[in-house]
Design a protein around this ligand. Sequence first.
Ligand SMILES: Cc1cc2nc3c(=O)[nH]c(=O)nc-3n(C[C@H](O)[C@H](O)[C@H](O)COP(=O)(O)OP(=O)(O)OC[C@H]3O[C@@H](n4cnc5c(N)ncnc54)[C@H](O)[C@@H]3O)c2cc1C
Length: 249
Amino acid sequence: SGKRLPISVAPDNGRKIAIIGGGPGGLTCAYYLKRLGYSVTVFEMQPKLGGMLYYGIPEYRLPKKILDWEIQGILDLGINARVNMKFGVDFDLESLIAAGYEAVFMAIGAWKYSSARLDKEEEVAGVEGATVFLERQGLGVPNPVGNKVGVIGGGNTAMDCVRTSLRLGAEKVYLIYRRSEKEMPANPEEIEAAHDEGIEFVLLSAPHRIVEEDGNLTNLEYLKMELGEPDESGRRRPVPVEGSETLLR
Ligand SMILES: Cc1cc2nc3c(=O)[nH]c(=O)nc-3n(C[C@H](O)[C@H](O)[C@H](O)COP(=O)(O)OP(=O)(O)OC[C@H]3O[C@@H](n4cnc5c(N)ncnc54)[C@H](O)[C@@H]3O)c2cc1C
């Protein structure tokens, strides 16, 4: 509706609290502390508040305009925000204590992407982690993709990457997942949207080897899988089929 509901805030109790990280965790903490009467400052290393909602979730799923509006509603309670401030670089615990902060809440998220456990994955140009790719998109800096993109994984982050790659102009986008579609952790509506947009699902396939030439990615070799007994997650464990090395078309 574009209208804000009135939110009650207790009178200022004169006590200062620093929050490190301006994602949903930090902003939620700031919101409740402010309502209890504390004087709250959020320190964020990125130029914009929002954390992964800003630098991870793509625009087509969560428009920045809506996110900015929601965040402004929180700040309007009287919360201070300082962006481009990295804890450990631009300030530290000592400087916060010296400035009169009595408590610090750390809400720095979990930005490290998991490894595909492939040789040379950190070295070969054209291979990178999902959050690195999506962060560039959130920052609004050039984010070129090749004609063919392969995304490894079957969760919501993988869905964000395949769908973003299409929007960046990739002609062919593969989603490579080691189990079947039934075991995918992504939301069903994300899976359906990826199908509708023409993503090719390469299922029961686990990445095996990065193929490169002069340090540049040229292909991905994968192993075909069969589903065995359920593992500790309750999903059937993928088992490699011997001699099934295949190059992505
Ligand atoms: C691609 C992707 C898609 C997702 N989609 C969904 C979804 O659809 N629905 C859903 O519910 N969840 C989704 N999530 C998960 C959701 O984004 C996270 O659960 C949520 O953002 C976690 O909030 P947080 O505040 O703990 O961390 P973050 O959002 O990561 O925020 C941490 C903040 O701390 C800042 N920071 C880190 N280090 C420092 C430092 N040294 N100094 C200052 N600031 C620092 C970071 O810049 C960041 O702004 C998605 C996650 C990803 C990666």
